[in-house]
Design a protein around this ligand. Structure first.
Ligand code: PEP
Ligand code: MN
Length: 332
């Protein structure tokens, strides 16, 4: 249950209500909200006098539910605003991993020349083998900060585990919680204590309910800037790396008030399919697209087969423009 408290209750009263109902307390604009488990279905008589309004839910998708707030939340990524009435689809581009200053500045320069404003690049890579490239770590974060200063871009990078979550929060504009890390509550709780936007990627065996509950960890801790990212789930199919769950995206758009970004690069695993898949994504009127692009994909240190060349990326934007327009959205 979400309980909106009456104005001008004393801090002590709020504190007592919070602890007697094992609730989270957050500010929503000027409002004080208490959030309890969704198993609470009726407002206890004892607290009636303190309550302005309340919402009852079938499950723990509460702050993220359209039943609580029926508009998609507005989230700002530097100059790019998504959600609300914006009808913006932000295109986030960049390499899988930050590999060197030369490589990431080529990517940053490409984005800036195309009028895009959000650069991605992993510095802590959650690889499936300990012998593969693990990322440049702090050096990579510093390179991203340098790109922000040099090109005026916003940057997004991934946190792999709780040991470096504070470093990532400090250096990046958007914190990416990856598919393998989205169950890590140390990461989620740390992300709830900043105001920076948090992009949570769906785990490949994660139900939609579990996905939005990961977002609830961040929202209930007080950070209202959460974005969801569908990046493919695991099915019986082996011809593609994963399966992009567009049905899941439609479900999220209907039921959930968080902006949704789609990542066809990781879903497909092969660059040849990215243009068509991107068209399908944009046609759904989504809040963003995350595309891996590398100055020299064949020699990339991670995810070589799925990254577009610069020329392919440039061409992709040209092709996507009319699709986006046809559904009333702007690519930014
Ligand atoms: C990535 O964005 O490079 C990445 C590792 O993504 P995911 O967590 O979706 O696998
Ligand atoms: Mn990748």
């Amino acid at each position: 249950m979400i309980i909106k408290l009456k104005k001008s209750l004393s801090e002590q009263v709020i504190k007592n209500l919070k602890s007697s109902h094992k609730a989270f307390h957050i500010k929503n604009g000027n409002d004080d909200l208490l959030i309890t488990s969704s198993s609470l279905k009726e407002l206890p008589d004892s607290i009636d006098i303190y309550v302005d309004d309340f919402w009852v839910f079938d499950n723990d998708m509460q702050l993220s539910s359209k039943l609580f707030s029926n508009k998609t939340r507005v989230v700002k990524i530097g100059k790019a605003t998504i959600g609300g009435d914006t009808k913006n689809t932000v295109v986030i581009g960049g390499p899988c991993s930050v590999e060197s200053e030369k490589q990431i500045s080529e990517s940053a320069s490409l984005l800036s020349s195309l009028g895009l404003s959000v650069l991605r690049g992993g510095c802590y890579k959650p690889r499936t083998s300990p012998y593969s490239f693990q990322g440049l770590g702090l050096e990579g974060l510093q390179l991203l900060s340098k790109m922000r200063d040099k090109f005026g871009l916003s940057v997004i990078t991934e946190v792999r585990d709780a040991t470096h979550v504070m470093d990532v929060i400090e250096h990046t504009d958007v914190v990416q919680v990856g598919a393998k890390a989205m169950y890590d509550q140390g990461i989620l709780r740390a992300c709830s204590k900043t105001n920076k936007p948090i992009l949570i990627k769906r785990g490949f065996g994660t139900t939609l309910q579990e996905f939005v509950q990961a977002a609830e960890f961040v929202l209930s801790g007080g950070n209202e800037n959460v974005i969801l990212c569908e990046r493919g789930i695991r099915t019986f199919e082996t011809g593609t790396r994963f399966t992009l769950d567009l049905c899941g995206v439609a479900w999220l758009q209907e039921k959930c008030n968080l902006p949704v970004i789609l990542d066809p690069s990781h879903a497909m695993g092969y660059s040849y399919a990215i243009p068509n898949l991107s068209k399908a994504c944009v046609a759904m009127g989504v809040d963003g697209l995350l595309i891996e692009v590398h100055p020299d994909p064949r020699n990339a240190k991670s995810d070589a087969s799925q990254q577009l060349t610069h020329a392919e990326f440039e061409n992709l934007l040209t092709v996507l423009g009319p699709v986006s327009k046809s559904v009333g959205y702007n690519l930014i």
